[in-house]
Design a binder for this molecule. Structure first.
Ligand SMILES: Cc1cc2nc3c(=O)[nH]c(=O)nc-3n(C[C@H](O)[C@H](O)[C@H](O)COP(=O)(O)O)c2cc1C
Length: 353
């Protein structure tokens, strides 16, 4: 940790109170992850592949592969490639509604992946048990306090609580409220990682002081030099401010829209127009309900890939959290970690003064 701190933060001496307090507050989370610092780079579909994940873990943090819609064979190849680039621990994020979830868990087990994160809903029956039987630690998202307690009773090893400031699919409650509701009740039982809207180390220090074992950031890492995101995607992040990262809006109660936070663009406006058209078609009886709902559900299919990989930031989905305004340049991930750690250490230092 000393190396990371001193690399970018001459203002905090290696033995400062702030640095020691930070190390102490992160100790449990770092031990759980097997990393130097208790900062996870949350899995981001198309972005969190071998390059970003290995760079994150090599920098002392904890990288997580986003499996997304990958087949078991593709995940197998991605884990193999990541292992070739780092000998540090990293995790794999699996989406619970993936039709091959069991096979994906087996792939992780074969590779002896140490941490499996289940995202996108509560873990289906048997999945937690399968992960734990492989010797891996199971990490789940807790959307509410009641479900967090239930997950702890089911044997989950750690929890992530993620507020609506985050990029990607979001719930309805802010990080600050979730942290106040959940940390006092859950943080003793299992390590809890706080996510959503974290752009600077002062916020990390705050959540650690509230009982978090560590934090998870996504948006802040998209413009890492090691990230393979298209130059247009990175440019859009660097230009954007917090208010450009908006949640998708559902126009009609008959046509459910899963809220996603992304940068405003033409694709978002067309989506609103499309919802209006489909709702009108429903009113006129020219389309059946199931077909109408599918049209809305499928509207964004492939849209994140179009933005991240192809660079179509006008019509693709530029998923980004509200912390995007704090992303100001492309820089190596080790520097991002060093900056966050220095800010957090200085925050602890100030509080002591
Ligand atoms: C471009 C992008 C893609 C994401 N994809 C996923 C995903 O595939 N699975 C997942 O669990 N979370 C996903 N997330 C959420 C991140 O893992 C992380 O929890 C979130 O970014 C943290 O909030 P922040 O963006 O405010 O830092 C994504 C976030 C972004 C910005």
């Amino acid at each position: 940790m000393t190396d990371i701190l001193t690399a970018a933060a001459p203002a905090v001496s290696a033995s400062s109170f702030g640095e020691k307090r930070l190390a102490a507050r992160m100790e449990r989370g770092a031990r759980f992850l097997g990393s130097e610092v208790a900062i996870m780079a949350g899995a981001m579909s198309w972005v969190s592949e071998r390059h970003l994940v290995s760079a994150m873990s090599n920098a002392g943090g904890f990288g997580v592969i986003a499996c997304g819609a990958m087949t078991p064979a593709l995940l197998d190849a991605e884990i193999t490639a990541t292992k070739a680039m780092t000998d540090k621990p990293f995790g794999v994020n699996l989406i619970t509604m993936h039709p091959d979830l069991t096979a994906l868990i087996e792939v992780c087990a074969t590779h002896e992946v140490g941490h499996v994160v289940l995202a996108g809903g509560l873990p289906p029956k048997g999945s937690l048990e399968a992960i734990k039987a492989s010797g891996a630690k199971a990490i789940c998202f807790a959307p509410t306090l009641a479900l967090g307690k239930k997950l702890v009773r089911s044997g989950v090893d750690a929890l992530v609580i993620e507020g609506m400031e985050a990029g990607g699919h979001i719930g309805p409650v802010s990080t600050s409220v979730l942290a106040q509701e959940m940390l006092p009740e859950l943080a003793e039982a299992v390590p809890v990682f706080v996510a959503g809207g974290i752009g600077r180390g002062e916020a990390i220090a705050g959540y650690l002081d509230m009982g978090a074992a560590g934090v998870q950031l996504g948006t802040r890492f998209v413009c890492a030099s090691e990230s393979i995101a298209h130059a247009n995607f990175k440019k859009a992040f660097i230009r954007a401010s917090a208010r450009d990262a908006v949640a998708s809006v559902q126009l009609d109660p008959r046509l459910p829209v899963i809220p996603v936070r992304a940068l405003k663009n033409a694709g978002g406006e067309l989506f609103t127009a499309r919802q209006r058209e489909v709702a009108q078609a429903l009113d006129e009886g020219s389309v059946a309900m199931v077909e109408a709902q599918l049209q809305i559900e499928h509207y964004w299919a492939g849209a994140l890939r179009r933005a991240v990989i192809d660079g179509d930031v006008e019509h693709g989905s530029v998923m980004a959290g509200q912390s995007v305004g704090m992303v100001t340049k492309e820089e190596p991930i080790a520097e991002i970690i060093a900056t966050l750690m220095a800010e957090a250490a200085q925050a602890f230092e100030k509080r002591a003064g």
